[in-house]
Design a protein around this ligand. Structure first.
Ligand SMILES: [Zn+2]
Length: 360
């Protein structure tokens, strides 16, 4: 398909930037959709770079208009509810403490020898906990980039971290301030934190929102202390949902998502920024597919059927079926969300790596 820049956009002003990853201007249209989630006016397009295969929004909303893509009801700016793991019976809390100490390295929760049942329960809990709780590293100095209203900061503080955040949206940042020792309101690239200041830096559903993801990753790597870990999470454009539902895929989130990473293109972005992917996890939740399914049905004029999936009984049945099958999808590397752990490559020439044109 031939690219028709500017023809399909009727909302925010846009910019015809080349591939964020390799700099090539050659691309083919893949998906075109309006903003299904929050109703920002306009129709937006995702293209595939002919040189490196990266999926990105083009034309894209220019930097000075990006804030208009986030209406007041943007979910991450609402009142936060941190998923602090210490809840339930004392037996459960003992198992959580054991899992945090034994599985995620928290010295503060080492309670001596735990009974067998506590350890078994802790092992089961660990699968979920490792998504919600950071692994303990170094002196426990944590920065969340694009922290929204502070849900991740709240969990980290409850677990004993020294907590810092960066958030460009002022009302959201004010909500996050209660959890943070240090909070910068503004763009990540202009945040004044000193290099090497943090043991863990996270960017959870942030990198896909910025115009220059490689530059942001490079900046985040600079903030890591020796032995530090950068954790990046993004939707998986190489997953089953994108393949099945195409332009109805809920992970597109146009016009807010400028980049659409697969595990492979995320790895390349990280390496270009001077990092190395240590591990890559994937997961899929039923709601990801159910959102996509509703979009897909509405696109086919089946709005009534889409509404039917919102009925409690129907939703419950679909959710159950998906819960049984989704671990297989994640296991096959086709999940809806990718999370990578990244280390800084010693001696990498950060800050002076040019973006080449052509194949990478
Ligand atoms: Zn490219």
């Amino acid at each position: 398909m031939v690219l028709e820049i500017g023809v399909l956009v009727a909302g925010l002003a846009t910019l015809d930037d080349p591939c964020f990853l390799c700099g090539s201007a050659d691309a083919d249209q893949v998906w075109t959709t309006p903003d299904r989630a929050l109703g920002v006016p306009g129709v937006y397009t995702v293209v595939c770079c002919r040189d490196c295969g990266f999926l990105y929004q083009r034309p894209r909303v220019p930097d000075e208009k990006l804030a208009s893509c986030y209406p007041d009801h943007y979910p991450r700016h609402q009142e936060p509810s941190p998923r602090v793991p210490f809840k339930g019976s004392w037996r459960r809390i003992s198992a959580v403490r054991w899992a945090l100490a034994a599985g995620l390295g928290y010295p503060a929760f080492r309670d001596g020898e735990a009974p067998l049942l506590t350890r078994l329960r802790g092992r089961l809990l660990l699968r979920r906990l490792r998504w919600d709780c950071l692994p303990w590293i170094g002196q426990g100095r944590y920065l969340d980039v694009g922290c929204g209203s502070g849900a991740a900061l709240g969990v980290a503080r409850a677990l004993g971290w020294q907590v810092a955040g960066i958030e460009p949206d002022r009302p959201a940042a004010e909500k996050a301030r209660r959890f943070a020792d240090d909070l910068y309101v503004g763009a990540a690239l202009s945040a004044p934190f000193a290099p090497g200041r943090f043991d863990v830096v996270t960017a959870l559903h942030v990198v896909e929102h910025v115009p220059d993801p490689v530059r942001l990753v490079r900046r985040m790597l600079e903030w890591l202390a020796p032995g530090g870990l950068l954790i990046i999470e993004v939707p998986n454009a190489g997953g089953l949902g994108a393949r099945l539902f195409g332009r109805a895929w809920s992970g597109l989130e146009l016009p807010r998502h400028l980049s659409h990473f697969s595990p492979e293109t995320l790895r390349r972005a990280v390496e270009r920024a001077g990092g190395r992917v240590l591990w890559c996890w994937q997961r899929a939740k039923p709601r990801h597919y159910l959102w996509s399914l509703r979009n897909w049905l509405r696109d086919r004029g089946l709005g009534r059927l889409a509404r039917l999936t919102e009925l409690r009984l129907v939703y419950g049945a679909l959710k159950l079926i998906l819960e049984v099958t989704l671990p297989l999808v994640s296991w096959a590397g086709r999940g809806e969300v990718i999370r990578v752990g990244v280390a800084r490559v010693p001696g990498s020439q950060q800050g002076i790596m040019p973006v080449p044109t052509g194949r990478v």
